[in-house]
Design a protein around this ligand. Structure first.
Ligand code: FNR
Length: 189
């Protein structure tokens, strides 16, 4: 069986290294995973004033999350946390109260930064948010990718063999995790 994975890229930057990483992960994913980006760049800043009547862009965003089996977060670390735009998107998806799009939706987190911590602190912060949002998270393997120039080409090709194999295994483990979670928590349950 195939599983649909929606991925959110935490960075809005044109030359985002996390976008390159996401492209690599799409290419390295096993065939049973169908990957598609879920964009959040057009969402306004969330307020619960919108809860009574979500704008079309936010409804579309929530429907995109509802339509996939699992979510992959590919995010940079900004000031030792996740970028504000990504947090805003998560807040939109988590509401209105009682309509949390992440509830029981399996997820995984990964990210890259030029620094050696490789987004570890941001990922911990994101994991707290996802726990509260009731998303079953893949705990292992973790993936803290230190980016160096040329590690991933613009076409998403990973130029270092060991990193390529690490990322391939990460996606394979994610596929196994999704299948396991869906056995216990089917989407329509
Ligand atoms: C950063 N950067 C950064 N790096 C890191 O490892 N830890 C951090 O806390 C921060 N903080 C931070 C804040 C802000 C506002 C910016 C713009 C950058 C550096 C960051 O890792 C680098 O710019 C990456 O290129 C960001 O990933 P994207 O956006 O290119 O995918």
């Amino acid at each position: 069986t195939t599983h649909q994975v929606g991925y959110l890229i935490g960075s809005l930057a044109k030359h985002s290294i996390n976008r390159k990483l996401a492209q690599a992960l799409v290419q390295l994913a096993p065939p049973q995973l169908q990957m598609r980006e879920i964009s959040f760049k057009d969402l306004p800043l969330y307020s619960y004033d919108y809860d009574a009547d979500y704008p079309a862009v936010a409804r579309t965003f929530k429907e995109a999350i509802a339509s996939v089996d699992a979510i992959l977060f590919v995010t940079p670390e900004y000031n030792r946390s996740i970028p504000g735009g990504l947090k805003n998107a998560i807040d939109w998806a988590s509401r209105p109260y009682g309509k949390n799009s992440f509830s029981r939706k399996p997820s995984a987190v990964i990210g890259t930064s030029p620094g050696s911590i490789g987004t570890a602190v941001a990922q911990q912060s994101l994991r707290s948010v996802l726990s509260f949002c009731d998303s079953p998270q893949m705990n292992a393997p973790e993936a803290y990718i230190q980016f160096s120039t040329g590690l991933i080409t613009d076409d998403g090709e990973v130029t270092v063999g060991s990193t390529q194999e690490f990322l391939r295994n990460y996606m394979s483990e994610f596929a196994t995790f999704i299948a396991r979670v869906l056995q216990v928590l089917p989407r329509d349950a």
